[in-house]
Design a protein around this ligand. Structure first.
Ligand SMILES: C=C(O[C@@H]1C=C(C(=O)O)C=C[C@H]1O)C(=O)O
Length: 421
């Protein structure tokens, strides 16, 4: 089943090079789209068309729609770099049965910077007059400062008993690994301007992808799939410790993380699930023998960058469809883990832990997993729902997993400058 926006007539797309705009997020009008990492990437605003889908076929339907539109578009691309020409941004629910489904959005304007080149794209139809960047920004409102925000603490006994139940199900050999998540409500004294949240996330988590697509906002470290000139890359994260601020102690704990058999086991499931999918589409896949340790301001993760040269004619969204849900956010084996999640979690994850990213007309693009994130309420701009989850294996301890989930909530709580309720 799908909810279709009227299919637009043939689109005309024009990308030009522009002088470096400086801070991309500072240029973003209210409610815009963000895909920014280390200061580069894209911001986008206005909406030419969107496709909302729900159900198990949500990504397939969105992809078909996208292919139909790109086939008919007239594109004049004077820059020819990553993200230029016609692009769509999207976000999809974690679960097949989530009413939040998924969406692909074609924005009217895209401002981007990649490899030192800045570009501006305008999407319209044959009757759209030429628009400069300055024209496109007319009427943009200044960023509203954040009102005071409080965040719930969450129900520790309930969640830790779900973790204990998951450990028991693993002990009973029903699953090897399962990822359990939880959500906390954030409430502000007034409307939250997503741009101040994005600015804080980008400042604090520069190496993560600071995203905002269709009300889903966050700074994720996990790359599900990037396709660039036929080369596919995926960054698998699984196995986590929190940063304490004591540098020597944290370094020792990083070394411990790299040796920990519990974390290595959790990590290997996630690497295996991604490698299997990529191997079906690449002549060879490069998987480092040992994971590295990724340092973020709040946590450290075991990380493996998997790469391959595509040997079948698939695009990034085909890969995303096959990779989701990876063992990093669901578990192993996938179907059994999804069932345990359904039974123990008691949560609609909505777009959390689902794919978020962008795709271009050639099917290339970059998609991450929507982690360290929050869903903004559609009805009330002063409400958000923050999510975090943890991979549970046989050796998991419920209290440590709670502490880990707290650390994973930190990016969004920090970006909201929230106090605990
Ligand atoms: C589920 C989350 O993170 C995932 C789970 C991890 C783990 O359990 O070690 C690490 C990174 C992510 O793959 C989250 O941030 O909410």
């Amino acid at each position: 089943m799908s909810i279709d926006a009227a299919a637009p007539g043939p689109l005309t797309v024009h990308t030009v090079e522009v002088p470096d705009p400086g801070d991309l997020l500072a240029a973003l009008p209210e409610q815009g789209i963000s895909w920014v990492r280390r200061g580069d990437g894209m911001v986008a605003w206005g909406e030419v068309a969107r496709r909302n889908t729900v159900g198990a076929e949500r990504m397939d339907e969105a992809l078909l729609w996208w292919r139909r539109i790109t086939r008919h578009a007239e594109v004049r691309d004077e820059v020819r770099a990553r993200g230029t020409g016609l692009v769509a941004f999207g976000s999809f629910s974690f679960a097949d049965d989530s009413p939040r489904g998924g969406t692909l959005i074609i924005p009217r304007y895209v401002l981007g910077r990649v490899d030192g080149k800045s570009f501006f794209t305008v999407v319209g139809d044959a009757s759209t007059p030429p628009t400069s960047l300055a024209d496109a920004l007319v009427g943009a409102t200044p960023v509203a400062p954040l009102p005071p925000v409080t965040v719930d603490r969450g129900d520790e006994p309930r969640w830790t008993s779900a973790v204990a139940a998951a450990v028991a199900r693993i002990g009973a050999e029903e699953v090897d690994k399962v990822v359990l998540a939880r959500a906390v409500e954030a409430r502000a004294d007034g409307p939250v301007d997503v741009r101040s949240v994005l600015a804080n996330l980008a400042a604090d988590y520069d190496t993560c992808w600071t995203f905002h697509v269709d009300g889903m906002v966050g700074a994720t470290p996990e790359l599900l799939a990037r396709v660039d000139h036929g080369l596919v890359t995926s960054r698998v994260l699984a196995g986590t410790i929190r940063i304490t601020g004591d540098d020597m102690g944290d370094l020792a704990r990083a070394a411990q993380l790299a040796r920990s058999s519990k974390d290595r086991e959790e990590h290997s499931y996630a690497v295996h699930s991604v490698t299997q999918v990529l191997a079906a589409h690449c002549a060879s896949v490069n998987v480092p023998d040992e994971p590295s340790v990724l340092h973020l301001p709040n946590v450290m993760h075991l990380a493996t960058d998997i790469t391959g040269a595509l040997s079948t004619p698939v695009g990034v969204l085909d890969l995303v469809r096959e990779l989701h849900p990876s063992a990093a956010v669901c578990g192993t084996p996938t179907l059994a883990a999804a069932r345990v999640i359904d039974e123990l979690e008691g949560l609609d994850r909505a777009r959390y832990a689902g794919p978020v990213g962008w795709v271009d007309a050639a099917g290339e693009g970059e998609w991450c997993i929507a982690l360290r994130s929050a869903e903004m309420s559609r009805d009330d701009p002063s409400k958000l729902r923050l999510f975090a989850g943890c991979g549970i294996v046989a050796a998991s301890d419920p209290a440590s997993e709670w502490a880990e989930s707290e650390a994973k909530l930190e990016p969004m709580r920090g970006a909201l400058r929230a106090s605990l309720n």
